[in-house]
Each structure stands twice: as structure tokens, then as C-alpha cells.
Design a protein around this ligand. Structure first.
Ligand code: NDP
Length: 329
């Protein structure tokens, strides 16, 4: 099939700050076996792209960026059975390249969108919502009535996860950096909010749990919060360290877990929870139902043209965004 298409993509040719993002014209050929070609209608902005850009998650260069997008299937490669030209689709893992007007994508990462999920909505929930799904429902299913600590509660993943946990009957203590974000977190599932710029997280968590601590901490802030998060856990509690917004966590001696009473520690990735096609379909269906039924409200609080991805990343890194951010090609 002859199918060359001229596209534009945000790429990096070297690691660095937002200034290394370039707007490149490229040619994409026909999708290969097992691939589909997708014209993007909306693209999700996620913190992972900042790690990729600055080199914390090093990638062979030059590379396109972006992990999450929604759009329409333009062409289908050999062997792809579950998708057809014209399907409305989205994805949240697989090779980087979502920051583009169109691309070829391994079809096993791509799901069809129900009619009630718009492109912008899909681009704002696929990565963040599937992350919330595996954090709460699969790493260790949360239990009704228990209390958990969730950092960055007013952020993209945070708003979705805290609403979901609240729906499941969990009492969520959220952390945020400002009083404005505290109001947002309270409106999105947090029963209690700790404002990190003026409150001590460990002391407040202890006070809110009769001195006992929580059974699970969800920590995407990383370096700055890791040790405090361990100190918020009750003995045999689970530390879910799933991000590095403040920098990568230093190496962890196992004695840190032993001294605090047989703590458990996991460092999960969305990719490993969506690699199995059946698990991806099941998790996405659950997410679409939670959002479609109104149990989780999605706030797209920032929109940027794809070309302005550098501005969008700058705001995300500077803690100036809340909820989801989409890039429009
Ligand atoms: P957010 O919208 O949550 O933005 C990050 C937030 O982290 C900020 O708004 C800020 O909230 C908080 N933060 C604390 N310290 C810092 C700091 N030094 N610099 C910047 N932000 C800081 O982003 P996303 O929803 O895109 O992602 C949330 C986290 O989840 C990221 O760490 C990301 O890497 C991780 N993630 C992990 C996945 C996995 O499978 N492992 C998958 C998806 C996301 P505040 O100002 O309130 O403190």
C-alpha cells in the first residue's frame, strides 16, 4: 500500500529544558504489519514527557515525544483484526510519538472509543485514568473504610484517582502545595487535605489516623517525599512509588523498610499493567464506565496548540496546572 503522509511532530534532538522541543515536518509511510495509522485529534500532556525530555528516562535521539492521544484510524496494516479505517480510537502506552499530527502505532496498544467519550476527553483520561485504575484496583485493591495518602491530589492522575478511591468508600488524605489546590482536591474525592507549603505531612497523617498511619501511600512526587511517605505508613503498609515529579528517588536500603515494620515497596509502570490485551480492554472499559456514568468528573483545565507543547510542559513542571491538559494538533 503506497501511503506516504506528511505530518508535523514535536521532537527532541538533545535532552534539556523546554527549549529543546522542535516542530519538525516528517513523512510517515504506510502502517507496517500489526500497526495502524492514526490521525490525532487530541493529545494528552503527562509528566512522563518531561522525564523523557530532560533525560531522566533516556531515549535514543532524535525522538518524538508523547504517550497518549486520541484520533481516527486512517489506515490499517496487515494482521490487525480489531480496528478498521474510520474507527475512533485512543492509546496510552507503547512507543513515544503522540505529540504529532498523525503517526503509525502498534495496534495492540489501541482501543476503540465508546460514542460518549470525545477525543479531548479520551486524551485527558487514557493515561491518567488507566494509571488510577491499576493503582487502586490491581496493585492492591483498596478496601472500603480504609484511609490512604495520595500525593499531588489536585493534579492529573490525582484528581481522577482521589475521586475513584472516594467512590470505592476509601477515605483519602490528599497532599497539595497551595490552598487553591486544596479546594480543588476537596471537591475531587479528598476527605482531608494537607497543604505541604505550611503543614508537616507525617504529623498531620498521624493526627488524622489516631497515631497509626495509613496502609497505603501513593507517591508520585518521588525524591522530596519518599522518606516522609514511609513514615506515614503503618507496619506492613505498602509504599507505591509511581513517579518522580521532584526528582528520582535515591537508592533505598532495605533496612528502611525493616525499621518501619516490614513495609512493602513497589515501583509500578502503566506499561506493565496494560501489556496484556485483555487487561487493557478490561481496564479501559472500566474507566470509560466510571467517567461516562459521571462517577468521576474530568476537568480539562488547560488547552494548548500542539505546536506550543513547550509552554504546556513549562506550566506542568512549575506546578501551575490542575487536572488534565490537552494539546490540540
Ligand atoms: P500532575 O498534574 O500530577 O503534576 C505533577 C504535580 O506534582 C504538580 O502539580 C505538583 O502538585 C506535584 N509536585 C510536587 N513536587 C513537585 C516538583 N518538585 N515539581 C513539579 N511538580 C511537583 O502530573 P501527571 O498527572 O501527569 O502525573 C502525576 C505523576 O504520576 C507524575 O509523577 C507522573 O510521572 C506519575 N505517573 C506515573 C505513572 C506510572 O505508571 N508509574 C503513569 C502516569 C503518571 P502540588 O503543587 O500540589 O504539589
Amino acid at each position: 500500500m503506497e501511503h506516504n503522509k506528511t505530518i508535523h511532530a514535536i521532537r527532541i534532538h538533545k535532552h534539556g529544558g523546554p527549549e529543546v522541543l522542535t516542530w519538525d515536518e516528517l513523512t510517515v509511510g504506510a502502517p507496517g504489519p500489526g500497526e495502524v495509522q492514526i490521525e490525532h485529534k487530541a493529545i494528552g500532556l503527562n509528566f512522563i514527557e518531561i522525564y523523557q525530555r530532560d533525560g531522566l528516562y533516556a531515549m535514543p535521539l532524535p525522538t518524538s515525544l508523547g504517550s497518549e492521544a486520541a484520533g481516527v484510524v486512517l489506515a490499517v496494516g496487515d494482521g490487525v483484526k480489531h480496528l478498521a479505517v474510520g474507527n475512533r480510537v485512543a492509546y496510552a502506552s507503547g512507543p513515544a510519538g503522540a505529540y504529532s499530527t498523525a503517526r503509525n502505532m502498534p495496534a495492540n496498544h489501541v482501543v476503540k472509543l465508546p460514542d460518549h467519550v470525545s477525543f479531548e476527553l479520551a486524551a485527558s483520561i487514557m493515561l491518567k485514568g488507566l494509571t488510577a485504575q491499576y493503582l487502586l484496583r490491581r496493585i492492591r485493591p483498596v478496601q472500603k473504610g480504609e484511609t490512604v495518602l495520595f500525593h499531588a491530589a489536585a493534579g492529573g492522575v490525582g484528581q481522577i484517582a482521589c475521586q475513584w478511591a472516594n467512590y470505592l468508600g476509601v477515605r483519602v488524605i490528599g497532599t497539595v502545595s497551595t490552598d487553591e489546590k486544596a479546594t480543588i482536591a476537596r471537591a475531587h474525592g479528598c476527605a482531608e487535605v494537607i497543604v505541604t507549603s505550611r503543614e508537616n505531612v507525617v504529623e498531620r497523617v498521624k493526627a488524622l489516623t489516631d497515631g497509626k498511619g495509613v496502609p497505603v501511600v501513593y507517591d508520585s512526587v518521588g525524591k522530596a517525599t519518599f522518606t516522609d511517605s514511609l513514615d506515614c505508613l503503618k507496619p506492613r503498609g505498602l509504599m507505591v512509588s509511581f513517579g518522580n515529579a521532584s526528582g528520582a528517588v535515591d537508592p533505598v536500603p532495605l533496612t528502611m523498610l525493616a525499621q518501619r515494620g516490614s513495609l512493602m515497596l513497589t515501583r509500578p509502570t502503566l506499561a506493565s499493567f496494560t501489556a496484556d490485551r485483555a487487561e487493557l480492554e478490561e481496564s479501559a472499559a472500566e474507566l470509560f464506565e466510571m467517567v461516562g456514568s459521571g462517577k468521576i468528573k474530568i476537568n480539562i483545565n488547560q488547552r494548548f496548540a500542539l505546536k506550543d507543547a513547550a509552554q504546556a510542559q513549562t506550566k506542568l513542571a512549575a506546578r501551575q496546572t490542575t487536572g488534565s491538559t490537552v494539546l490540540i494538533p
